[in-house]
Write a protein that binds this ligand. Structure first.
Ligand code: PLP
Length: 666
């Protein structure tokens, strides 16, 4: 081979081993123009359709470890434009393997993530228009369509007229928020502002911060954790109450808690109820709660119906909305169960001025000539900038019509009922909730551990995806009819998978139990022999039957710790009897320090229902090293009053007095 040939071959080899340099094939080399967008847009629609049509060929959940993507993608963004085909091929090869397919027919976890073609197109158009509709003037159609569509949906759900913006004489109206969590937060902020205004009028010379610490919000133990998060952000205490055996919060429970708190000098200001709880789709007793709240004028009643609220468009389900006439605000997420893509959480308020007065800031550059005549949605929520989200809801409502949406909801309920029947036919399983909508809670009759194992092996298989919940302190498995186009066959198939895994597990458990018994027997015999030998030489009881007969005195039951952990916030459990609990989420307790407290132990005295409690901030960690951030778990010691009582320093009565004098804003 001559040198020229060799170098050509080497060149070829070099060419082969060198990565082909991707060339962007759009014309100006740095950005996609409209010709290219048309082409790629059509390809993208094709890709999405194929993805959705062939979803059932994929695993429901990915089989990847945390950090998987870091190993597949470069650590820096490309300096030069890349080829679109290359980007899309990375979507399939690198992104998709890490995607959990929420639209998969065998995804039965959480609540549905709304999705439909009209909604996707609505979002696409909104993105294309790309306006930022924070005020009417910033994009009139963006604001006005939102108001109209919210009135449409509010009417379809059956909300009272005072929630509708365009109804003659109404003071209310609707708004789209990003999430149900945001709805709860802004309503709590509004309620807080109202309460502080009232308190300030009564105690004009008391600092707002002082008044703030008197405020108490309420929800059920079954309420979504976003209520607790809202309380943390609002800097208020939240009493988390025990629901009844059907996971429903009752009027009397609320009434008793609020009355007791008022006696302690606290100020009830906000109640968040749930229609369709996350755990088991239970319904708080809204008529009872609303009636009781009439005794506490000024308390804001919010109704969180993030999932279930969508179903109220069906006339036969409207009874679930009973009591709504008492509510000050109501939210539901069309992006859960109304074929609308995230984000679209709809919130209605009885009195829009009460909402916006908590959130208005009005710099000159955002003012416009129609401020008095038009709605400016920037005053209805936290962010200033807002997308044109009403477009997708408008597309959905028009494309399906209310009748189409009713059909969709009923179809999902039918599927859930079918699943419930399958479970009931197998006597090894039990149903754990009242199946009213699309969620079925079930479990194997047996221990929580057994059910944990069942769910874990099913989810590990990637064939089906469900999540657990704790209802009535029992571990249950949630099965939600979720997929837009789910069929009866999908439900039967899912049940077959569950039964297969249950058979396998129960067989294994039986086998393990048998070998456990044999092993335990062996060990017991061995241990008995050993202990008999040891005791023979050391324990007089072994020789003296009279001592044995008297038995060992029973250890007294240990009191449960009053501190339980829920998320990051310390929650103080109060207890009057075994079956009557409530908790106070006091998220910022750990921020208190000894600054204005003479007590050297950094103690903050609290008076909780049925329990005098002293929250102690241990300073050891703080002193032990720089850079350690305070955490509730590490910083709080709870010393029950019983312990305090033993101490000659203070009696519980003294504590109570001390606490109530500190609580008095005057
Ligand atoms: N409220 C309820 C009853 C829910 O079920 C959920 C979520 O499933 C939320 C609130 C929180 O919803 P988001 O994710 O929209 O904040």
């Amino acid at each position: 081979m001559d040198t020229s040939m060799r170098s050509a071959a080497c060149g070829n080899l070099e060419k082969q081993t060198q990565k082909p340099k991707p060339k962007p094939n759009w014309t100006n080399g740095s950005k996609m123009d409209s010709t290219e967008f048309r082409k790629r847009g059509m390809e993208m629609v094709e890709y999405i359709c194929t993805y959705l049509e062939t979803l059932n060929e994929r695993r429901v959940t990915p089989s990847v470890e945390p950090g998987y993507l870091r190993h597949l993608l470069p650590s820096e963004a490309p300096h030069e434009p890349e080829d679109w085909d290359q980007i899309m091929s990375d979507v399939e090869d690198k992104i998709m393997p890490g995607v959990t397919h929420w639209q998969h027919p065998r995804f039965h976890a959480y609540f549905p993530a709304g999705n439909s073609f009209p909604s996707i197109l609505g979002d696409m158009l909104g993105d294309g228009i790309g306006c930022i509709g924070f005020s009417w003037a910033a994009s009139p159609a963006c604001t006005e369509l939102e108001t109209i569509v919210l009135d449409w949906l509010g009417k379809a759900i059956g909300l009272p007229d005072h929630f509708l913006a365009l109804k003659e004489g109404s003071t209310g109206g609707g708004v789209i928020q990003t999430s149900a969590s945001e709805c709860v937060l802004v309503t709590m902020l509004a309620a807080r502002a109202q309460a502080l205004k009232r308190l300030k009028a009564q105690h004009p010379f008391v600092e707002e911060g002082h008044l703030l610490c008197k405020l108490m919000a309420y929800c059920s133990k079954e309420a979504h954790s976003c209520v607790e998060k809202a309380a943390m952000i609002c800097f208020v205490k939240l009493r988390i109450l025990e629901p009844d055996e059907n996971a429903s919060l009752r009027g009397q429970t609320i009434y008793e808690a609020m009355e007791e708190d008022e006696l302690q000098g606290l100020v009830p200001f906000f109640v968040s109820t749930t229609l369709g709880t996350t755990g088991s789709c239970a319904f708080d007793n809204l008529p009872e709660i609303g009636k009781q709240l009439e005794r506490f004028p000024g308390v804001w009643l919010h109704v969180d119906a993030a999932y279930a609220g969508n179903s109220f468009i069906c006339p036969e389900l409207k009874p679930l909305l009973k009591g709504i006439e008492y509510a000050d605000s109501f939210n539901t997420n069309p992006n859960k169960w109304l074929l609308t893509n995230f984000d679209c959480s709809t919130l209605w308020v009885r009195d829009r001025i009460r909402l916006t007065s908590a959130l208005v800031v009005d710099p000159l550059y955002l003012k416009h000539g129609y401020s008095d005549a038009a709605i400016d949605y920037r005053h209805w929520g936290v962010p200033l900038s807002r997308r044109f989200r009403s477009l997708k809801l408008w597309f959905v409502l028009r494309s399906y019509g209310i009748s189409g949406l009713q059909h969709y909801i009923r179809h999902h309920i039918k599927l859930a009922k079918r699943f419930e029947e399958l479970v009931l036919k197998d006597k090894r399983f039990e149903i754990c909730n009242q199946v009213k909508l699309g969620l079925v809670c079930f479990r194997l009759k047996g221990s929580d551990k057994l059910n944990e194992k069942l769910l874990s092996i099913i989810n590990e298989s990637g064939k089906l995806h469900m999540v657990p919940a704790s209802v009535n302190d029992r571990y249950i498995i949630r099965f939600c009819a979720v997929a837009q186009n789910a069929t009866a066959e999908d439900i039967d198939y899912a049940w077959d998978i569950i039964v297969d895994f249950a058979n396998e597990l129960l067989e294994k458990e039986q086998h393990d139990e048998l070998s456990d018994i044999i092993n335990r027997k062996k060990q017991d015999t061995l241990a008995q022999k050993r202990s008999f030998f040891v005791r023979m030489v050391s324990d007089p009881k072994i020789y003296n039957p009279a001592i044995n007969k008297a038995g060992t005195p029973k250890l007294s039951m240990e009191l449960p710790s009053p501190v339980v952990s829920r998320g990051n916030a310390p929650i103080i459990r109060t207890q009057s009897s075994v079956d009557h609990n409530s908790w106070i989420s006091w998220p910022l307790a750990f921020l208190f320090n000894s600054g204005n407290n003479e007590d050297k132990g950094n103690n903050v005295s609290l008076r909780f229902r049925h329990l005098d409690t002293n929250v102690r901030h241990s300073s050891s960690r703080r002193n032990s090293g720089a850079g350690s951030s305070p955490s509730p778990e590490n910083e709080l010691d709870i010393v029950s009053a019983q312990q305090e009582q033993r101490s000659p320093r203070r009696s519980p009565n003294v504590m109570r007095k001390a606490s109530s004098s500190r609580d008095n804003p005057n």
